[in-house]
Design a protein around this ligand. Structure first.
Ligand SMILES: O=P(O)(O)OC[C@@H](O)[C@@H](O)c1c[nH]c2ccccc12
Length: 393
């Protein structure tokens, strides 16, 4: 009781203070001897000063350097949320009212605080990704990945492939997505063989492929990326991930990615700038995804962006509206994009030749399509249906 009241109060205090309180609360929990069963005493008995001191000593020894580092990391994450919010980003990188469970041992109920409930699916995915990446990083720290880069397959030119396809067909270059399931649509294809699907896409004229690597929410995996890359498929590959840490970019490259998604709804400007630099260092193409005017303006404010995706699906609400692509390419924004030669990808919710014509008219040189083609028995025929003609030669 004592503990939960203290923590509830702590949950309302500024974030940096909460983390520190969690350290001090730990010994405080033990300042009272438990009331013996059957005792007539109405409340707990205070410990002697001496006993309190030794409890404190014992407790502070428990706070290892490692815990302190974890808490520090969490604090930095909270600060990042403040910066992100000032840029209109609603996604918080981590649960706001306390470090995740495993960081603080006994305070398990923190995670159940009301404020620790993700506000939407994108936020839930990001919170989960944060834990997932921290575990993956422990298994394969950056120096190990850097070493593995030496054996990574050579990088393929993602933008080049899109431009060539666009010139050859007069239609937007196709990035065909290898996706088994999604939180909004459930399972799209039961008999899911990623390599078979990738080969069918390539045969059907896809310029590039997008491979979902998130396991929990999309039933994807890095092994799919790796398998496709080793299968003889020639198309450049986009790693479709929720990137929150530069470590993931290195990891994607070791698995054979040629491009990687960076989501502006999740990443503040500084992260996009930094991660774009890492991508360039590794030869990867960053595809920076936006879904509203503010995100588009932020991304246009960053130097050196060559490929922008406009998502017609709002990842927070799942609402799909292909006129989003048109709206974001109108007026001044469209002019800047043309002037700089930025390639724009129309993403999500594209099903028919009319949809393709509509986004092409709006100014895209490429499209990213999953559902409408992955669902077809033969995905290469799905591509013919999508464009209204064979684009394979
Ligand atoms: O299946 P669709 O509606 O054709 O959409 C494909 C692709 O655009 C979509 O999967 C997507 C776009 N941006 C994302 C970010 C994360 C996960 C998935 C996505």
């Amino acid at each position: 009781m004592e503990a939960s009241i203290s923590l509830r109060a702590a949950a309302n205090t500024p974030t940096r203070v909460v983390a520190l309180q969690s350290i001090h609360l730990k010994p405080r929990l033990r300042f009272f001897k438990p009331t013996p069963v059957g005792s007539s005493m109405a409340h707990n008995t205070p410990l002697s000063i001496q006993a309190q001191k030794s409890e404190l000593k014992e407790a502070s020894a428990e706070i290892t350097e490692r815990d302190a580092l974890k808490i520090k990391e969490w604090e930095v994450g909270m600060f990042r949320d403040e910066v992100a919010a000032s840029q209109g980003i609603r996604i918080r990188r981590r649960p706001p009212t306390g470090p995740p469970l495993h960081y603080v041992g006994p305070f398990e109920f923190r995670i159940q605080n009301e404020g620790n409930t993700p506000r939407n699916i994108l936020e839930e995915i990001v919170w989960h990704k944060d834990l997932e990446v921290s575990q993956m990083k422990e298994r394969e720290p950056l120096p190990v990945l850097k070493k593995a880069l030496e054996n990574a397959p050579p990088v393929r030119d993602f933008i080049g492939a899109l431009k060539t396809a666009n010139l050859q067909t007069g239609l937007p270059g196709l990035i065909a997505e290898v996706k088994k399931a999604s939180p909004s649509r459930g399972v799209l294809r039961e008999d899911f063989d990623p390599v078979e699907i990738a080969k069918a896409y390539e045969k059907g004229g896809a310029a590039c492929l997008s491979v979902l690597t998130d396991q929990k929410y999309f039933q994807g995996g890095f092994e799919n990326l790796e398998k496709i890359r080793n299968s003889g498929v020639k198309c450049p590959l986009l790693c479709k991930e929720f990137v929150i840490d530069a470590w993931q970019i290195y990891y994607a490259r070791t698995k054979g990615a040629d491009a990687i998604l960076l989501i502006a709804a999740v990443l503040p400007d500084l992260d996009i700038k930094y991660m774009t630099k890492i991508c360039k260092l590794l030869g990867l193409t960053p595809l920076v995804e936006v879904h509203d005017e503010r995100e588009m303006d932020r991304v246009l404010g960053i130097d050196g962006i060559e490929l922008i995706g406009i998502n017609n699906r709002n990842l927070e609400t799942f609402k799909v509206d292909i006129s989003n692509t048109k709206n974001l390419l109108q007026g001044e924004r469209g002019r800047i994009i043309r002037e700089r030669g930025i390639i724009v990808v129309g993403e999500s919710g594209l099903f028919t030749p009319a949809d393709i014509a509509y986004v092409q008219e709006a100014g895209v040189k490429a499209v990213l399509v999953g559902e409408s083609i992955v669902k077809q028995d033969d995905p290469s025929k799905g591509i013919v249906g999508l464009f209204g003609k064979d684009i394979s030669c």
